[in-house]
Design a protein. Structure first.
Length: 98
């Protein structure tokens, strides 16, 4: 019998039944078989937490600019060439206004 995460199995579930957790990735599905209900539920919760953390890190990465803005109070931003040249030499880019 199949049931989804968050729903509890029927109370008359037998102790000798196998618990199967299917994890669906982008191109593959993996099935994990457990003998105990609590172990399968713990595994499922850990997988959900890992997935949520990976999604958070991916969202944070997409919000982080490639070149973080520096404190440029009253100065103009450096040009792309200045940023490139600074990256090649390892020095911070000069302000465009100087």
């Amino acid at each position: 019998r199949w049931y989804t995460a968050g729903t509890s199995p029927p109370p008359n579930a037998h102790m000798n039944t196998e618990q199967i957790v299917v994890v669906e990735f982008m191109r593959r599905k993996l099935a994990f078989v457990f003998k105990e209900l609590q172990v399968s539920q713990r595994f499922l919760i850990c997988m959900e937490l890992l997935i949520r953390r990976a999604q958070q890190k991916q969202a944070l990465r997409s919000l982080t600019p490639t070149f973080p803005p520096q404190q440029t109070q009253g100065r103009q931003c450096p040009t792309p060439r200045q940023v490139h040249d600074a990256a090649m030499t390892g020095r911070p880019p000069p302000s465009a206004g100087k």
